[in-house]
Design a protein around this ligand. Structure first.
Ligand code: ATP
Length: 681
C-alpha cells in the first residue's frame, strides 16, 4: 500500500479529506451542544422562581457538564486542524509473525476514524510508535501494557508535510544518515522552543518513555536536548497515565520567567495544556511565608561576578557541599538529644513525673520536634486533670504550655540555625544583616531546618516534578525538594554550565540525595555546528562530547583598539544581521551592568534587553547576560567584552562557556585590550 510518492500524495489527500469531515462533525457537535446550553439557560431563567436549591445545583452541574463537553470539542477541533497542516511525519510497516505487514502512520496526535473504526494516525506516544524511534528495518519489538510485541519492520519512511503539502519523503535503509534531523537542525531558530517529535533519537526516546524510574537524572552536554526531552517526557507521561495525571498535576521548577516563556510552546504544540511553573526563588518565598527577605540566586551570582570576596565564596562553597547537609542532619539529632532539659513539672500540688513527660515526648517521635511540645503539653493537662479530678483553669493550661515549651532551649528556627554554626565551630559562616536579609546560600538551609523541625505541607497535588538546570541547586535544596515533593521527578542539567562553580551540583552529587534515581548521560550535541562546539571545548574540555556533523563558519574572535570601536563594530554587525534572514541573535554579556551599557549604546528598534525582571522571551536581537541566556539558543551569538579584564575567574569562565554554547550557527567574540586568557592560544 502507498509504495510510490504519487500514491503517498494521493493518500495524504484522502487523510486530509477525512480530517475535514471530522472537523465538520466536531463543528456540528459544538453547535448542538451550545444550542442545548442556550436552551437550558433559558429554561432556568424562565423557571427560576419555581426552583428550589437542589434544582439550582442540578441545573448548574448540567450547565458545567455541557460547557466541559464544549471545551473538549474545541480542543479536539484544534488538534484536527493542526493535523490537517501536517497529519504525520513517519510510517512504519510492521509485520507480526505470520501476518502481512500493515502501515502505521505516526503523527503529533492520533486520529481515529469513527466510520472505519480504526486509527488512521497513531499518536507518537502510542506503544507501537516507539518502533519508529527505536528501530531501523528488520526485527523489531515494542512494549505494551500487556507484554512485548515482536515482528519485523519492512518499511520505515519519514515525511515532511507542511501546510498540507508533502514536501519530501524519505525511506530509511539500515544505516541511514539522518537527513531529516540535519535539515531540522540547520534551520533558523524560531522564537520559542519547538517540539522534536519527528526526529527524536533512540537514546532520547529511552528517556522520554522511561516509566519505571522514580527519579530520573539527565546529565547532558550543552545542546543535547535535555530540556526538549524532559518536556516530551512530560507529554508522554500525560498520555500514558491520562486517567490519573493531568497537566495541572505537574510542576516545572524553572530558572527564570523568560526560560519558562521560552519553553511554554512545546507542550501545547503536543496537544497538552500549559503546565504550572515555579522558580526556586518563588518557592523559597512561599516556604518562608515571606517572613525573611533574601538575596536571590541571580543576585548571588551577580555579587560573585562583580567582586572577588573569598569569605563570601567560602560560605557558598561550604553550604553547597554534601557535608553541609550531613552536618545539618547531625545537628538535628544533636539538639534532640541535648537541648531538652528533662524535669518534672509542678502544677499546683500535682507533680508530673519526668518519666511521663519523656515517655509522651518519645511517643511523638514521628512529629517534627518543635511541634511535639504542644502535644506533650496537652497530655500533661490531661494528666493533671485526672490527678486533681477537676477541670483546669485557663491560666493553669497556659502555664503548662509555657513550662513544656521551656523544656527546649530554642523555639525560633533562625535562632537554631545560628546555633548550628556555633555548634560546628564556624559562627563566621552565617552573615545575617540587621535587616535579617538572608544570603541565598542560607535560604534553603533555613527552609530545610524549618521543614525538619516544624514540618511542611507537602505539595501533594504535584504528581511529577521537573527540575531544569539541576547543576544550580545544592544538596540542601534537593533535600528540601525531596521532602516537599514525594512524587516522581525528572531532574536535568549540565554541570559544565553552572553559573556558580562554587555551588555546582553534578549528577553524582544529586544522586547522593536520591539514591533510587536512574542516571542518564547524553553526550550528543545537536544545537551548535561542529566548529562552535569545538571552540567552546577550549573553555571546558569534555572528551566525551559528540557533536552532530553539521558545519558552519569558524567562530571569530575580533580585537579592537577601544571599547568605543568595539561597540561601533557590533552596531554594524547587528545591522548586517537584520538583513541576513536569520531570526535570532543574542548579544551575551557577563554581567547585567555590561548588558545595560551595551543596550544603552546600541539601542534601536528590534533590540531588546533581557534582565532578571523580564518575563517574556522576545524574537529578534536580545541583549542579556550569560546567566539569563542559559537554556536559550540563538542563530547567532555575539559575546562582547571578551577581554582578560572581564573574564578572569572560574565563574567568568563558566559564563563564557554558557554564552558560547547558546549559538546554533554563528559565534563572534569581540574585545578590546588583552584577550581573556581562557582563549589566548
Ligand atoms: N532529536 C532532536 N531532533 C531535532 N532537534 C533536536 C533533537 N534533540 C535536540 N534538538 C535541538 O537541539 C537544541 C538543543 O536542545 P535543548 O535546548 O533541549 O538542549 P539542552 O540539552 O537543554 O541544552 P542546554 O543545556 O545547552 O541549554 C534545540 O534546538 C532542540 O530542538
Amino acid at each position: 500500500m502507498n509504495a510510490t510518492q504519487q500514491e503517498e500524495k494521493e493518500y495524504l489527500e484522502v487523510i486530509k479529506e477525512q480530517l475535514t469531515l471530522a472537523v465538520r462533525r466536531v463543528d456540528e457537535a459544538v453547535r448542538q451542544s451550545s444550542e442545548e446550553l442556550r436552551q437550558k439557560k433559558q429554561y432556568i431563567h424562565e423557571h427560576q422562581s419555581g426552583m428550589d436549591e437542589a434544582d439550582m445545583v442540578a441545573a448548574d452541574q448540567s450547565i458545567n457538564r455541557m460547557a466541559l463537553t464544549g471545551e473538549g470539542a474545541v480542543g479536539r477541533k484544534r488538534r484536527l486542524l493542526k493535523l490537517g497542516q501536517s497529519p504525520y511525519f513517519g510510517r512504519i510497516d510492521f509485520a507480526a509473525p505470520n501476518q502481512a505487514s500493515a502501515p502505521v502512520y505516526i503523527g503529533v496526535y492520533s486520529f481515529f476514524d469513527e466510520q472505519q473504526r480504526r486509527n488512521l494516525i497513531y499518536d507518537w506516544r502510542a506503544p507501537i510508535s516507539s518502533l519508529f524511534y527505536d528501530f531501523e528495518l528488520g526485527p523489531a519489538s515494542y512494549a505494551t501494557p500487556s507484554g512485548t510485541v515482536r515482528g519485523t519492520i519492512e518499511l520505515k519512511r519519514q515525511y515532511k508535510i507542511r501546510d498540507g503539502r508533502l514536501e519530501f519523503m524519505l525511506d530509511s535503509d539500515v544505516n541511514i544518515h539522518d537527513d531529516v534531523l540535519q535539515q531540522e537542525l540547520a534551520k533558523s531558530s524560531d522564537d520559542k522552543m519547538k517540539n522534536i517529535v519527528a526526529t527524536i533519537q533512540r537514546d532520547q526516546n529511552a528517556v522520554i518513555r522511561n516509566e519505571t524510574a522514580p527519579v530520573m537524572i539527565i546529565q547532558g552536554v550543552a545542546g543535547s536536548g535535555k530540556t526538549s526531552i524532559a518536556l516530551h517526557r512530560i507529554a508522554f507521561l500525560l498520555y500514558r497515565y491520562r486517567e490519573t495525571i493531568s497537566a495541572k498535576d505537574i510542576l516545572i521548577i524553572s530558572p527564570n520567567k523568560v526560560f519558562a516563556d521560552y519553553i511554554s510552546n512545546v507542550l501545547p504544540e503536543l496537544g497538552e495544556e500549559h503546565i504550572p511553573e515555579l522558580g526556586m526563588d518563588e518557592l523559597a518565598a512561599d516556604l518562608l511565608e515571606n517572613r525573611y527577605p533574601f538575596q536571590t540566586f541571580f543576585e548571588q551570582v551577580s555579587a560573585l561576578l562583580e567582586q572577588h570576596n573569598p569569605a563570601f565564596i567560602e560560605r557558598i562553597r561550604f553550604k553547597s557541599s554534601f557535608e553541609f547537609l550531613s552536618r545539618l542532619n547531625q545537628y538535628l539529632l544533636h539538639i534532640e538529644n541535648n537541648y531538652i532539659t528533662w524535669t518534672e513539672l509542678r502544677v499546683g500540688r500535682t507533680v508530673v513525673p519526668v518519666a511521663f513527660v519523656q515517655q509522651k515526648f518519645r511517643a511523638y517521635h514521628r512529629v517534627p520536634l518543635l511541634k511535639r511540645f504542644a502535644l506533650v503539653a496537652n497530655d500533661i493537662r490531661t494528666y493533671v486533670r485526672d490527678a486533681t479530678g477537676r477541670k483546669l483553669t485557663g491560666q493553669e493550661k497556659g502555664a503548662i504550655g509555657e513550662a513544656t515549651a521551656r523544656l527546649f532551649r530554642f523555639h525560633n528556627v533562625l535562632d537554631l540555625y545560628r546555633d548550628f554554626y556555633r555548634w560546628i565551630g564556624r559562627p563566621e559562616l552565617l552573615q545575617v544583616g540587621h535587616s535579617l536579609r538572608l544570603e541565598y546560600a542560607d535560604v534553603f538551609a533555613l527552609i530545610y531546618l524549618r521543614i525538619r523541625l516544624e514540618g511542611a505541607t507537602a505539595y501533594d497535588q504535584v504528581k511529577h516534578l521537573l527540575v531544569d538546570e539541576m547543576q544550580d541547586y545544592t544538596p540542601v535544596q534537593y533535600a528540601v525538594l525531596s521532602r516537599l515533593f514525594p512524587c516522581r521527578k525528572t531532574i536535568l542539567g549540565d554541570v559544565s554550565q553552572t553559573v556558580n562553580p562554587y555551588s555546582a551540583s553534578s549528577a553524582e552529587a544529586i544522586e547522593r540525595v536520591f539514591p533510587q534515581a536512574d542516571v542518564v548521560r547524553l553526550q550528543r550535541s545537536y544545537r551548535s555546528t561542529v566548529e562552535i562546539t569545538a571552540f567552546a571545548q577550549r573553555l571546558m574540555p569534555n572528551p566525551n562530547i559528540i557533536p552532530l556533523e553539521r558545519h558552519g563558519p569558524e567562530p571569530t574572535v575580533v580585537p579592537f583598539g577601544s571599547q568605543a570601536e568595539e561597540l561601533d563594530a557590533i552596531r554594524q554587525m547587528l545591522l548586517n544581521f537584520k538583513s541576513s534572514g536569520s531570526h535570532s541573535l543574542g548579544l551575551i554579556c557577563k554581567t547585567l551592568r555590561q548588558a545595560e551599557q551595551a543596550y544603552e549604546a546600541l539601542q534601536a528598534p528590534g533590540i531588546y534587553l533581557l534582565t532578571d525582571e523580564s518575563t517574556k522571551f522576545k524574537e529578534g536581537i536580545i541583549i542579556t547576560t550569560a546567566h539569563l541566556a542559559k537554556g536559550l539558543e540563538f542563530d547567532a551569538v555575539i559575546v562582547p567584552f571578551a577581554s582578560a579584564h572581564s573574564y578572569k575567574t572560574e565563574v567568568d569562565r563558566s559564563m563564557l562557556y554558557v554564552a558560547c554554547t547558546r549559538a546554533m550557527h554563528q559565534l563572534t567574540l569581540t574585545y578590546s585590550g588583552a584577550l581573556t586568557t581562557f582563549l589566548a592560544a
